[in-house]
Design a protein around this ligand. Structure first.
Ligand code: SF4
Length: 365
């Protein structure tokens, strides 16, 4: 058995997983080329979680010590979904797919299979911070397009694409006619892919900037500042002026956070940043080894028991101990509840329902 190795795979200039970004901002593809691929603990967890999924779907063995209980539980749920719920007898895992019509566009599909006249494409997402939608998901659409264009799949009538994201407790699918899907990809993705390959098009700021390696040096972000400044004409801002600044608030805050992180990284790496330096931040006293401390205190005659308190587990740790199934039962029985969230300001086009403002809330303002 060869252990899967996802982290050393070749990276495409136009990877389907970044299609949201290079479609919205085609120049970002060439700009990003100049930056190294940076990893993070969350990305490394994701890679490991995908490797385990591959092992399970290939029905190979693994050492449970190499994975967290949550990784194992999620991967088992994924394998169950593919083999039992979808009932795919034959499927392919971790296959490289070349996307015709766009140079240097390829990626690795987590799983696909065919049953009758339907092509199934499944994308596993281990992250839990951002729930990924299935509808019009460009990454899966490109994989499906690449597969449909390969001679072997000419009899397919429709495509079912699933985002399996177990840590968001939501399964999302998008089913679409195969001809319609190909037309959609050809009209809304491929022209931007070609533009991105040629380094053409306009920079455009949006949610897709979150993962852009070129963000700190991005001209479109820097241009936000004179634009905002120019909106202020008189000493007192009008409502329209305040709204025009509010309109860019998320982008400005995100950019400034990145910029500060960039300056910190430069200085940590020994590079000067004119006008800035690093100092030691505020620090609080801490106990590096509480067990050693407790033993020492107990030796003075104080009972060791008085040094510990019993505390309930947080939801994440509770789920690790009791498993997702019992968590769901406890929720159904009202032993785990989800209180109302704090009022949150979002843009009008956000898909969530607007908050019904209650009388008691109004009295606060
Ligand atoms: S950060 Fe700049 S270059 Fe990157 S996607 Fe956003 S607008 Fe485009």
């Amino acid at each position: 058995m060869t252990q899967p190795n996802h982290k050393d795979r070749a990276h495409a200039l136009l990877s389907p997983s970044a299609a949201d970004r290079w479609v919205a901002c085609p120049p970002s593809a060439r700009l990003s080329e100049q930056y190294p691929n940076e990893s993070s603990p969350a990305a490394e967890d994701g890679t490991k979680a995908h490797e385990l999924c591959e092992i399970l779907l290939r029905r190979e063995t693994y050492d449970s010590k190499d994975y967290t209980p949550e990784m194992i539980e999620c991967a088992e749920a994924y394998a169950y979904y593919v083999t039992q719920e979808l009932g795919l007898d034959t499927y392919h895992v971790e296959q490289r797919i070349n996307i015709p019509g766009i140079p240097e566009c390829f990626g690795t599909v987590d799983c696909y299979g065919v049953k009758g006249v339907t092509l199934y494409v499944i994308d596993y997402k281990y992250g839990q911070g951002v729930a990924v939608p299935a509808e019009h998901n460009k990454q899966m659409a490109l994989y499906a397009y690449g597969l449909l264009k390969s001679a072997k799949l000419s009899t397919i009538a429709d495509v079912q694409m699933t985002i399996f994201q177990p840590r968001t407790d939501e399964l999302k699918t998008w089913t679409v006619d195969a001809v319609e899907l190909q037309r959609w990809v050809e009209e809304t993705i491929i022209p931007y892919g070609k533009m991105a390959y040629d380094g053409e098009g306009e920079q455009h700021i949006g949610d897709h900037c979150r993962w852009c390696p070129a963000r700190v040096d991005c001209r479109a972000h820097l241009d936000l500042f004179p634009t905002l400044y120019e909106t202020m004409q008189a000493e007192q801002a009008t409502e329209a002026e305040k709204l025009s600044v509010l309109d860019r608030a998320d982008e400005v805050i995100a950019y400034l956070t990145d910029l500060k992180q960039w300056a910190t990284n430069q200085l940590l790496g020994g590079q000067p940043v004119s006008g800035w330096k690093l100092v030691e931040g505020r620090s609080v006293r801490t106990i590096p080894d509480y067990a050693a401390l407790a033993t020492r205190v107990a030796s003075t005659g104080i009972s060791e028991e008085t040094l510990y308190e019993r505390k309930p587990l947080g939801l994440t740790n509770l789920k690790k101990v009791i498993g997702a199934k019992l968590m769901t039962t406890l929720e159904e029985d009202g032993l785990i509840i989800k209180p109302e969230g704090k009022p949150t300001l979002v843009r009008e086009e956000d898909p969530r329902k607007p908050l019904a403002i209650k009388e008691e809330l109004l009295s606060h303002f």
